[in-house]
Ligand binder design. Sequence first.
Ligand code: DAH
Length: 342
Amino acid sequence: MINEIKAMVDNALVALSEARNTDEVEQVRWSFLGRAGRITNVLKQIGSLPQAERKPVGASANAARDRIQAAAEARIRELQEGRFARLAELEAIDVTFPAPPLDRGHIHVLNQVRSEVETILERLGYQVEEGPEIETDWYCFEALNLPKGHASRDLQETFFLAEDESIVLRTHTSSVQIRAMERLRTPPIFVIAPGRVYRRDNLDATHLPYFMQVEGLAVDEGLTVGDLKGTLLYLVQSLFGPERRVRMRPTYFPYTEPSFEFDTLCGRCGGAGCRSCGNQGWLETGGCGMVHPNVLRNGGVDPEKYTGFAWGFGIERMALLKYDVEDLRLFYENDLRFNEQF
Ligand code: DAH
């Protein structure tokens, strides 16, 4: 009997050492120590053995049970350690491996153009002025020589914020002209005012209900149309390249006299005419002129002593000229496929 027990232990130890995972270990353990296991059966039979054999067989069977139990647990530990060791190898992290590039955000194309315009004009000595987007009728219209009932006001599709029409969402950054003169008081005054403006236009490829403009205002002794044109040329060539020329065409604005629209030479065809410029060779860029004496007066500046020039244009238009974008709405849709190109 004792020899049989020894053989069972040897069998069990071999089977445990061959078990490839914890399930197999449990199977082996069950077949020896389970309810009908081989060692369990020996223990059950002890009562029916002759008196003299009971003690040695019992001791031997108990020792066998403990031995198999310990061997099973040791094998389970061993298998788990092996698994962890393999995992450690398979899933090892190489901390020296270069990281994948991070997707970093960047400044939106409109703000890029806006700060480019600011940088270029700051080189000429201009400073950036800010004005409110919610504006009074005075700064937006009245002080700019646009009295109530003036035909030009109808040109502006205005969002009014008060029933008496005294408060508006500014329709142009020209509203900052008077504020700048009031704040800085004595010429030379060289300011630019970039910012958002609002108009009651229906949204389509060439119209937005709000967009961005940059206003320029220069007031000093002896400023002329030549200075105005030189400034615009410097700005356009710095933004778009030295081959771009500027053209001024007479027009009417109430706050300037004389007034002009200014165009930029088409970058695609160089003036010959193409689809981009509607066969004109030139692209409409903005408005400008010599500041009307009434406007200087409303800003507290003596028009007998000083002259000034001013200009304004849309940033979206500048971005469009620079990058040949066909639909203004793209600037505001925040489609990353678009935004990431700039
Ligand atoms: N305020 C005009 C607009 O919104 C642009 C403009 C024209 C600004 C002539 C000026 C200017 O300063 O002199 O279309």
